[in-house]
Write a protein that binds this ligand. Structure first.
Ligand code: CMC
Length: 433
């Protein structure tokens, strides 16, 4: 709490209330409105939460005006350049980068939990072959509460930590199994001699009939993307995990809800939507036509991968991924006309009054699909890839909330429906106009 206060005066009652200003370690000052309703009888109205901080958190800092993103104080650029995904996972979970001993122990723990109960594979087999991987992930992760119910006491910190590790360890296993189910391939069990990203690629692409060797370029690219996806403070899916967690629900239910929220095209589903959009545009010569459609308020078409609630400047993750696109394509000896098309769309947008005025810049999803495509990952799996990285953020926030005093999340509303009226018997009712 800072010494600053905001005075609110209600002319109707002539009452004045002092509202404390909450100061974080950095970031915009925030008014604590908890006393507003009890004292003056007013709620606040903020649909979409554009001006609302829902909690205090030590995990991730974003400055949307300057395009800054830091995990536990470390700039995303430095982590992307130097760290392994599990190092970042440790950082997000525990607040500090691990020593080599702590890292070895953490990696061993995660690796130990990579297998899933065999009956989970039966469960996956029950889905139709063309089920979307996010539908499978959300359903199967929710079902984990039925498979691992011996350690579900959310009041016990050790059991919470175990659930968090299980989720980080098993998410890639389940995601790869969802893909293999679609392909009609037998399940590939996790090979624990590989690291996190290599193991995922092996579970995705190895088949019993052939020797599969993980391409180190692909593993390095995945490591980078998982780091960039790992956390983003109170985004829609993380807020969903926290809201569900505030009821005392089990961690698998919370993360299953987070997966469902992530799937939406305004959120993590945008990476799949971007690639579909680039394919639909098809050619640089059509870029102008589609940009005009994106600006037309009578056309539902939006430039997917553009815009962000918080960033009013470049999304720093997009800058890193754009550079990585070139490197990965070059190292894999590939070229992709969709990258040229994406660059052209970006160029037009950065010079266009509509996009400049609204501060719409490329976000994390604009370029990531081009890398996933180069690695052979099908478009329908893109959001599942995002989910693997974001699982670390979800469980870090769930652990942070669970370890501190918190109330059930329960917003109010501005009621706009019918006022009180009398019940009439069915025979006396007239059809409404
Ligand atoms: N294309 C065209 N116009 C846009 C776009 C876009 N992609 N994004 C925002 N606008 C316009 C919007 O129509 C509005 O215009 P006006 O002021 O004339 O009504 C203005 O810009 C402000 O947009 P908003 O919808 O009020 O902004 P928001 O903060 O509620 O939504 C967003 C943010 C990310 C949902 C939105 O920009 C969007 O739908 N982008 C495309 C989907 C996308 O790329 N999502 C991924 C987000 S980043 C990763 C993640 O969250 O997982």
């Amino acid at each position: 709490m800072s010494d600053r206060k905001l005075l609110v005066t209600d002319p109707a009652s002539d009452q004045t209330l002092e509202l404390p200003v909450v100061a974080g370690s950095e970031g915009d000052p925030t008014i604590d409105i908890a006393k507003l309703y009890p004292s003056l009888g007013y709620f606040t109205f903020d649909p979409g939460y554009g001006s609302t901080a829902s909690c205090q958190s030590d995990i991730t800092f974003i400055d949307g005006q300057q395009g800054i993103l830091r995990y536990r104080g470390y700039p995303i650029e430095q982590l992307a350049e130097n760290a392994s995904f599990l190092e970042v996972a440790y950082l997000l979970l525990y607040g500090e980068l691990p020593t080599s001993t702590q890292y070895a122990e953490f990696e061993r723990d995660i690796t130990y939990h990579t297998m899933v109960h065999e009956k989970i594979n039966n469960f996956i087999n029950g889905f139709h072959y063309d089920a979307h991987p996010m539908a499978i992930l959300s359903g199967v992760v929710g079902s984990m509460a039925a498979f691992y119910h011996d350690k579900l006491d959310v009041k016990d910190p050790e059991q919470r930590e175990l659930a968090a590790k299980r989720l980080i360890a098993k998410m890639p296993t389940i995601a790869a199994a969802a893909y293999r189910h679609h392909m009609g391939w037998p399940v590939a069990y996790p090979r624990n001699s590989l690291d996190y990203s290599e193991r995922f690629l092996d579970m995705m692409f190895s088949v019993p009939a052939e020797q599969y060797t993980v391409n180190p370029v692909a593993a390095k690219a995945l490591n980078l993307l998982f780091i960039l996806h790992a956390d983003h403070e109170q985004n829609a899916s993380t807020s969903t995990v926290r809201l569900v967690g505030s009821t005392g629900a089990n961690p698998y239910a919370c993360v299953s809800a987070g997966l469902a929220a992530l799937w939406g095209p305004a959120h993590g589903g945008a990476n799949e939507a971007v690639l579909n959009m680039l394919n639909e545009i098809g050619d640089i010569s059509k870029a102008g036509e589609f940009m005009a459609r994106a600006k037309d308020k009578n056309d539902p078409f939006r430039l997917m991968g553009f815009g962000h609630r918080v960033y009013k400047n470049f999304d720093p993750r997009a800058t890193i991924i754009r550079q990585a696109c070139y490197e990965v394509l070059e190292e894999l000896g590939q070229s992709d006309p969709l990258l040229d098309l994406a660059m052209e769309l970006e160029k037009i947008a950065l010079e266009d009054e509509y996009f400049v005025e609204r501060k719409l810049y490329p976000n994390v999803d604009f370029y990531s699909g081009i890398i996933y495509k180069a690695l052979g990952i099908p478009t329908s799996m893109f959001t599942a890839m995002f989910a693997i990285g974001r699982t670390v953020g979800w469980v870090s926030h769930w652990l942070e909330q669970s370890a501190s005093a918190h109330r059930i999340g329960r917003p109010r509303q501005v009621y706009t429906g019918a006022t009180a009226r009398e019940y009439t018997s069915i025979d006396d009712r007239k059809p409404s106009a």
